[in-house]
Design a protein around this ligand. Structure first.
Ligand code: PEP
Ligand code: MN
Length: 263
């Protein structure tokens, strides 16, 4: 169902009044985790001003260590809803498991399925039963084919509103957090009609290098970007080392717009 052979024309995912997968590049920006009202509202306002069309923010966080900050959970969802109301930005947040799916779906415009859950087939089936747009992230060691098959699980249940997201894969290289697989962008665009996003933050995991990978993603043909932005990255409760501050984000957005216009 996700193959271009079955459906040659690009699919457009409609999120509110946004058309994802069309001519425009969409940028989803915001903190790794929602931390406080002040943090999420100020970030929403700053990223909106810089040209982002959606806000991201994790409430249920899948952390590598059980002793790390796990997110504000339900309170985080409520704060996202406040930021949405305050700024008009649509929001995306991760759904970590089937137990919290209904609560997350109620508060988000896009359900984010994280890399660690790309092959959680019960979760894929459950989000496939909803009619909410889904941002499906590539697994940490998943092939392009496996990503497409994970998307197939969702679409097979009747939810055709799926956006794929390249977010870096694990390789032998350890100077960077992951290796952003830019190859996946033209490959996915050829293999599937679904929109393709890139997460340069988790893809490289080095704050100063994130803008270059934003530019590269757009140049390689991505339909959009999801990027971490924080008011004070060194103080972030998660992923500060890869989060842009407001002025870095604003500058990167100008560069992204210039590349998008040149294409
Ligand atoms: C995230 O977007 O904050 C996240 C946890 O991403 P991933 O699932 O790609 O690791
Ligand atoms: Mn993160």
């Amino acid at each position: 169902l996700v193959s271009r052979e079955v459906k040659p024309d690009d699919s457009i995912v409609r999120v509110g009044d946004l058309s994802i997968g069309g001519a425009a590049i969409h940028v989803i920006a915001g903190p790794c985790s929602v931390e406080s009202r002040e943090q999420i509202i100020s970030t929403a306002q700053a990223v909106k001003k810089a040209g982002a069309t959606m806000l991201r923010g994790g409430a249920f966080k899948p952390r590598t260590s059980p002793y790390e900050f796990q997110g504000l959970k339900g309170d985080g969802l409520a704060l996202l809803a406040e930021a949405r109301k305050e700024t008009g930005l649509l929001v995306t947040t991760e759904v970590k498991d089937t137990a919290t799916l209904d609560a997350v779906a109620e508060h988000t415009d896009i359900l984010q399925v994280g890399a660690r859950n790309m092959q959680n087939f019960s979760l894929l089936e459950a989000v496939g039963e909803t009619r909410k747009p889904v941002l499906l992230k590539r697994g940490i060691s998943a092939t392009i084919k496996e990503l497409l098959m994970a998307a197939e699980y969702i679409v097979a249940r009747g939810n055709t509103q799926v956006i794929l997201c390249e977010r870096g894969i694990r390789t032998f290289e350890n100077m960077t957090r992951n290796t952003l697989d830019l190859n996946a962008i033209p490959m996915l665009k050829a293999l599937t009609h679904l929109p393709v996003f890139v997460d340069p933050s988790h893809g490289i995991g080095v704050r100063k290098a994130v803008p270059a990978m934003m530019r590269a993603a757009v140049a390689a043909g991505a339909d959009g970007i999801i990027v971490e932005v924080h008011p004070d990255p060194p103080r972030a409760k998660s992923d500060g080392f890869q989060s842009l501050d407001f002025s870095e984000f604003e500058k990167a957005m100008g560069e992204v717009r210039a590349i998008a216009q040149a294409m």
